[in-house]
Structure formats: structure tokens, C-alpha cells
Design a protein around this ligand. Structure first.
Ligand code: B12
Length: 133
């Protein structure tokens, strides 16, 4: 009886864990521009379980929804988001693409890491906002 209960519990775990651990994580990406204020654009994509935002942006770019981005490699901090949809940040003009995240409860956070380190949670709205500094 005890063995049957244990076996049932083990089977339950095996059937539940993979679904939770390996499912894709849906996100949306909103492209905004606080400098010239054109209409925002939104896109949908996903990251794999515990995948980084860079993977989601790369997938989005490949999905032909009209989203494009480039990044440079910083020797210390990794990928720096350089341009989105053809518009690049500029040291002369003191502009850059800020990374913000709107959580499902509508709070907006400013991640303290870039696109190579941020791990989106399900239904995050990633906000790429062209801004000045
Ligand atoms: C100034 C600064 C910026 C400026 C840099 C432009 C400029 N010309 O000044 C701006 C405003 C653009 C910026 C943006 C961001 N930053 Co910044 N930034 C700094 C700061 C305060 C100083 C960097 C510096 O001048 N170092 C001295 C120079 C001589 O060294 P350097 O190697 O040439 O510096 C370059 C890099 O630091 C790079 N850089 C700056 N920030 C970031 C962030 C990432 C992810 C990368 C890859 C590179 C990078 O730009 C600097 C100038 O070229 C540091 C904190 C600190 N006190 O060090 C944070 C810091 C580097 N930034 C940080 C972050 C998180 C960001 C953002 C992701 C914030 C956001 N949520 O939008 C964005 C980058 C978004 C993107 N497009 O990818 C983090 C990085 C931590 C990490 N492990 O990823 C730091 C450490 C601050 C923190 N929160 O702890 N940043």
C-alpha cells in the first residue's frame, strides 16, 4: 500500500514537473520613443524556460513581425541594445534604448541588468524605450 502511494506520488511529480519547467514563457515587446513620440508598436514572442531576453528578441526578429534590433558587446556587461527598428542610440545626442518591464500587476520596473541577463517572467511586457540621458 505504502509502495503504491509512493509510486503514484512519483508518477505525479514526473508528469507535473516537465510541464512547469520546460514550457515556454510568453512575453510582449512594446517599442516606445520618448524623444519624438511616434505611435508605440507591440509584438508577441516567448522565451524558453528561464531563457534570457536576448533569446526572445532574437526569436521575435526571426518571426517576421517587422521587429529588428542590433546590439554591441560590452566587455564587462555583455550585450548593449544599440538599435531598435532601425533607430540607434547615440553618444553625441545622448540617446539610448532604455529597458523597462511592465509586470502583469501593471507595476513598471527598471531592470538593473541588460538584455543578456534579464530573464523574463510569464506575461512580462518588455518596454524598449528610446530615451535621453
Ligand atoms: C553611465 C551609465 C549608463 C549610460 C551609458 C552611456 C554613457 N555614455 O554614459 C546609459 C544611460 C546609456 C546606460 C544605460 C543602461 N545601463 Co548603465 N550604467 C552607467 C554607469 C552609471 C556608468 C558607466 C560608465 O560610464 N563607466 C565608466 C566608463 C569609462 O567605462 P565604460 O566601460 O566605457 O562604460 C560603458 C559601459 O558601462 C556601458 N554601459 C552602461 N550601462 C550599460 C548596461 C549594459 C547592460 C551594458 C552591456 C553596457 C552598459 O556604457 C558605458 C559608456 O560607453 C554604470 C554604473 C557604474 N557606476 O559603473 C551603469 C551600469 C553599467 N548600467 C547598468 C544598466 C543595467 C543599464 C541599463 C540596462 C538600464 C536599463 N534598464 O535600461 C541600460 C542599458 C540598456 C541597453 N540599451 O542595453 C548596470 C549594468 C549591470 C549589469 N550587470 O548588467 C550598471 C552597472 C548600473 C547598475 N544598475 O548597477 N548606462
Amino acid at each position: 500500500m505504502k509502495a503504491t502511494a509512493l509510486l503514484t506520488a512519483a508518477l505525479l511529480l514526473i508528469s507535473v514537473i516537465p510541464a512547469k519547467s520546460f514550457g515556454n514563457t510568453p512575453i510582449t515587446v512594446l517599442v516606445a520613443n520618448s524623444v519624438t513620440n511616434p505611435p508605440n508598436q507591440t509584438y508577441s514572442t516567448f522565451v524558453v524556460f528561464r531563457g534570457i531576453l536576448l533569446g526572445g528578441l532574437t526569436r521575435l526578429q526571426a518571426s517576421n513581425q517587422g521587429f529588428g534590433f542590433t546590439y554591441t558587446e560590452d566587455p564587462n556587461y555583455g550585450p548593449f541594445l544599440q538599435s531598435v527598428n532601425g533607430l540607434a542610440g547615440s553618444a553625441e545626442e545622448r540617446t539610448y534604448w532604455q529597458l523597462l518591464v511592465k509586470k502583469p500587476n501593471n507595476s513598471i520596473i527598471i531592470p538593473d541588468v541588460g538584455i543578456g541577463c534579464y530573464i523574463p517572467a510569464a506575461n512580462d511586457q518588455i518596454i524598449l524605450k528610446y530615451s535621453t540621458y
